[in-house]
Design a protein around this ligand. Structure first.
Ligand SMILES: *[C@@H]1O[C@H](CO)[C@@H](O)[C@H](O)[C@H]1NC(C)=O
Ligand SMILES: *[C@@H]1O[C@H](CO)[C@@H](O)[C@H](O)[C@H]1NC(C)=O
Ligand SMILES: *[C@@H]1O[C@H](CO)[C@@H](O)[C@H](O)[C@H]1NC(C)=O
Ligand SMILES: *[C@@H]1O[C@H](CO)[C@@H](O)[C@H](O)[C@H]1NC(C)=O
Ligand SMILES: *[C@@H]1O[C@H](CO)[C@@H](O)[C@H](O)[C@H]1NC(C)=O
Ligand SMILES: *[C@@H]1O[C@H](CO)[C@@H](O)[C@H](O)[C@H]1NC(C)=O
Length: 395
């Protein structure tokens, strides 16, 4: 009896040990998978000029100097003196700067593509009344074609195309980024003489369309989403100058209260929309990124951050409080004694300015925003960029 009991006891001990070992292994697997970076092989981006790396410029007229002067040494299709937030994001993930889908010269889509196009809206564009016809729905159909056609060419033609197109396996592992809404609210809202109430009234429609776009990417295989909210629009020089009746009253940072009320309304609905998608797309990871707060700091704490008067744009014409002239923008020219001369000039040191051209930020400001958002402290859930494939708060 005794030996058999001992054997049974040993078996139990062995089983227990095995169980503990398995548990430990499981725990360490979970722990390491939690902070192992996602190794996103690609980024596919959708949006407007906040993240356009040359789409509109390739499609219509190229941006003139002094755009691009700080980093690229020449215009690079970006609405800034240098890099954008999306450039810093790509760089930190070891991904080359995104080529615009619409740029057929010299593009390399191995690690993703950029569908963002300046002036894009979430709502459908209306042809001639819009600066850009490439609204979000168009960007979606471009993306759908991009998947199909890139894979057809990659697999059936090969050759050089294997060096400039992504592998099929990259699509489900890629990061899908969105930064859009500003033009719906400003160009198509406030600057079309709407009141904040009228602007707020169409926000549900924007949410429906943005939500549909994310679901479309999901159906096409995308799983990891990173969604920027909109800027404090009332701090943007063009918004303030072009709609003086609504620009006052201002808050302590010198930003228009009405505009920012509209922007925060949009952002609150966006946060809810992303939360709803998180619940309805079970194996997707969605990160809502509060870019508004990062950008607002550039205005409320400009001095402490080493910037000059943040609403006075670096590249513009006319001097004064804003150095912004609606007719002569950054890079704009005028006739002087029969010769065309550059009138919309850059300031000496763009790294000390927040606003670049009255609508967009300088590279220095973009870098500040990137630094604020990259570690996840302004995100819901608070996951760093390199871990944005994790479940974050939902685990
Ligand atoms: C396009 O025009 C229609 C009809 O006028 C309007 O309802 C819609 O809001 C417009 N869309 C944009 C983006 O301006
Ligand atoms: C992509 O391919 C799928 C499957 O072949 C097809 O159903 C879909 O219509 C295609 N989409 C486009 C935009 O060509
Ligand atoms: C495109 O970029 C990838 C890496 O991002 C690189 O390996 C490849 O050589 C590039 N293709 C060309 C044609 O330069
Ligand atoms: C907005 O109102 C101003 C002043 O009443 C007017 O001059 C302008 O043409 C209007 N703009 C639009 C887009 O309706
Ligand atoms: C977004 O909504 C979540 C709840 O889903 C909330 O906890 C969070 O504070 C909100 N974030 C922002 C920036 O409003
Ligand atoms: C334009 O020509 C007039 C007359 O020759 C001259 O006085 C003036 O300085 C010129 N203006 C500029 C900006 O060169």
């Amino acid at each position: 009896m005794a030996p058999s009991r001992r054997r049974r006891c040993n078996t139990r001990l062995a089983l227990l040990l095995l169980f503990v070992l398995l548990l430990l292994q499981e725990l360490s697997a979970v722990a390491s998978s939690d902070d192992a970076p996602c190794d996103f092989p690609a980024i596919f981006n959708f949006g407007d000029s906040n993240s356009d790396t040359g789409g509109l410029s390739a499609l219509f007229a190229a941006l003139p100097p002094p755009f691009g002067r700080t980093y690229f040494g020449m215009p690079a299709g970006r609405y800034s003196d240098g890099r954008l937030i999306i450039d810093f994001m790509a760089q930190s993930l070891g991904i080359r700067y995104l080529s615009p889908y619409l740029d057929s010269v010299g593009s390399n889509f191995t690690q993703g593509a950029n569908f963002a196009t300046a002036a894009a809206t979430i709502r459908l564009a209306n042809g001639s009344s819009d600066i850009s016809p490439i609204s979000l729905d168009v960007q979606m159909s471009e993306f759908e074609q991009f998947i199909n056609r890139s894979q057809f060419v990659y697999n059936n033609i090969g050759g050089i195309y294997r060096e400039i197109l992504p592998k099929g396996e990259y699509f489900p592992r890629a990061l899908y980024t969105f930064d859009i809404g500003q033009n719906d609210l400003v160009s198509k809202g406030y600057l079309a003489n709407m009141t904040t109430e009228q602007v707020q009234a169409f926000v549900p429609d924007l949410m429906e369309k943005l939500s549909a776009a994310i679901q479309r990417v999901y159906r096409l295989g995308g799983r990891y989403f990173w969604v920027h909210n909109t800027a404090p629009l009332g701090c943007l020089t063009y918004a303030v100058v072009l709609r003086p009746d609504i620009a006052a009253p201002k808050d302590d940072a010198g930003c228009s209260v009405a505009y920012n009320t509209g922007a925060r309304f949009f952002n609150a609905r966006l946060n809810e929309t992303v939360a709803r998608l998180r619940a309805s797309l079970p194996d997707a990871t969605l990160t809502y990124v509060d870019v508004y707060s990062a950008k607002y700091k550039l205005f409320s704490q400009a001095k402490q951050l080493g910037f000059r008067d943040p609403l006075r744009v670096c590249c513009g014409y006319g001097g004064g409080e804003y150095n912004f002239d609606r007719n002569i923008r950054c890079g704009g020219r005028m006739e002087v004694n029969g010769t065309s001369v550059l009138a919309g000039k850059s300031c000496e040191d763009p790294s000390r300015s927040v606003g670049w051209d009255g609508v967009h930020f300088t590279e220095a400001a973009n870098k500040f925003v990137y630094d604020q958002i990259v570690d996840g402290k302004l995100s819901d859930p608070p996951v760093p960029l390199r871990l944005a494939c994790r479940w974050g708060g939902r685990r």
